[in-house]
Design a protein around this ligand. Structure first.
Ligand code: PGA
Length: 252
């Protein structure tokens, strides 16, 4: 098994309350031991209502906390119901998920996502930038062109690229128990890494995660794809047991 750093990032979505700290607590305990055996980085992206409380309570170097979106306007402003990157950073977030398909489906465009990324990077937040094609786009053979467009139109050449983690999440694989064919996935991850090098004229390799119906059973299938740098885990990250089993089974 590889000794390259692997990310296991949880996306709690609209889930959790103060009592859910026990999930974080257990994952943190696991992480403090497991990090001695394998190079892993665990991040949990929780709802905005919990970030401050969890951060205060956790005080850990074994687990980082993040959130799941931010407004494009960086500071305060007349944006009812919205939260800025500055506010999230001050509340304890180190990471922010941007471009998630569940937000794209509510109207987030590549242009808006670019503004949000700008704002997050200005606050020195690490960005988990989600890209992925719909089932229809996949069937038409448009996966690569969609991904290229999402990357080109959402990222700018002057961004701190080392603060951006890509998460390839085919829309049709999110919460559906469907996953891509392993060979196809390998090719897509390679494509994203190559595009990154081409677009940004860099020799640096992008960090690319896979997300979409990852669970303790199917995780073993992904171990064979050395190009994958980790996973963005939705539903299964809401249970400490499932999340921990995913990591354990990955290294089996
Ligand atoms: P899922 O979600 O693991 O529940 O499919 C992944 C995600 O939306 O990030």
């Amino acid at each position: 098994m590889t000794n390259k750093l692997k990310y296991f990032i949880g996306n709690w979505k609209m889930f959790g309350d103060i009592g859910s700290f026990k999930i974080i607590y257990k994952i943190n305990q696991f992480s403090s031991k497991y990090r001695k055996l394998y190079k892993i980085k665990i991040v949990l992206c929780v709802p905005n209502t919990l970030i401050y409380f969890f951060k205060k309570k956790l005080k850990s170097k074994h687990l980082s906390l993040g959130v799941q979106n931010c407004h494009y306007h960086q500071e305060s402003g007349p944006f009812t119901g919205s939260i800025s990157a500055t506010m999230l950073k001050n509340a304890g977030a180190e990471y922010v998920i941007l471009g998630h398909s569940e937000n794209r489906s509510e109207g987030e465009t590549n242009n808006l996502i670019r503004k949000k990324i700008t704002s997050a990077l200005n606050q020195k937040l690490n960005v988990i930038f989600c890209i992925g094609e719909t089932y229809k786009e996949k069937n038409k053979g448009n996966t690569f062109s969609i991904l290229r467009k999402q990357i080109k139109n959402s990222l700018k050449k002057n961004f701190s690229l080392n603060k951006i983690i890509f998460a390839y999440e085919p829309v049709w694989a999110i919460g559906t128990n469907k996953i891509p064919k392993i060979k196809e996935l390998k090719n897509t991850i390679k494509f994203i890494k190559n595009e990154f090098k081409k677009i940004f004229k860099t020799k640096k390799s992008a960090i690319v995660l896979y997300g979409g119906s990852v669970n303790p059973k199917n995780i073993c299938l992904f171990s064979s794809i050395s190009e994958i740098d980790g996973f963005l885990i939705g539903g299964a990250s809401q249970s400490s047991k499932k999340f921990i089993d995913i990591i354990k089974n990955y290294y089996k």
